[in-house]
Design a protein around this ligand. Sequence first.
Ligand SMILES: C[S@@+](CC[C@H](N)C(=O)[O-])C[C@H]1O[C@@H](n2cnc3c(N)ncnc32)[C@H](O)[C@@H]1O
Length: 120
Amino acid sequence: MTPPTDQYDEMAAEYAEHSAAGLANAHYDRPAILALAGDLTGLRVLDAGCAAGHLARLLAEGGAASVTGIDISAAMVALARERCPAGTFHRADLAAPLDLFEDGAFDLVTASLVLHYLAD
Ligand SMILES: C[S@@+](CC[C@H](N)C(=O)[O-])C[C@H]1O[C@@H](n2cnc3c(N)ncnc32)[C@H](O)[C@@H]1O
């Protein structure tokens, strides 16, 4: 289920701090996602539901040609831009068509801890 837009806006700073070093995020989730992603060299990566940009930054540092992040929370998008200056971030709803991107714009899509918000 999609949360109200401002749910993560209100907790953005707290989530960003928790996610930076929290056990589940920093030590299980992100390492698992990066292992699944494999060699990022030269890939155009979309991080769907990027939150505060922790994973986006690692993707960029891992050699991706470009990293684009989208999140429904404007506050998260602002934090992601600060954390990952190499990335490009947009406020967008994954429950709606992502018309802002051309078909074939990405080689890899990550969506970590996000899909449970989406009915479809
Ligand atoms: C649990 S956090 C996970 C964030 C990040 N991927 C991570 O692994 O730390 C869920 C994120 O999904 C975003 N989100 C939830 N529903 C969304 C939607 N419909 N479209 C875009 N982002 C959404 C929230 O704003 C929040 O930043």
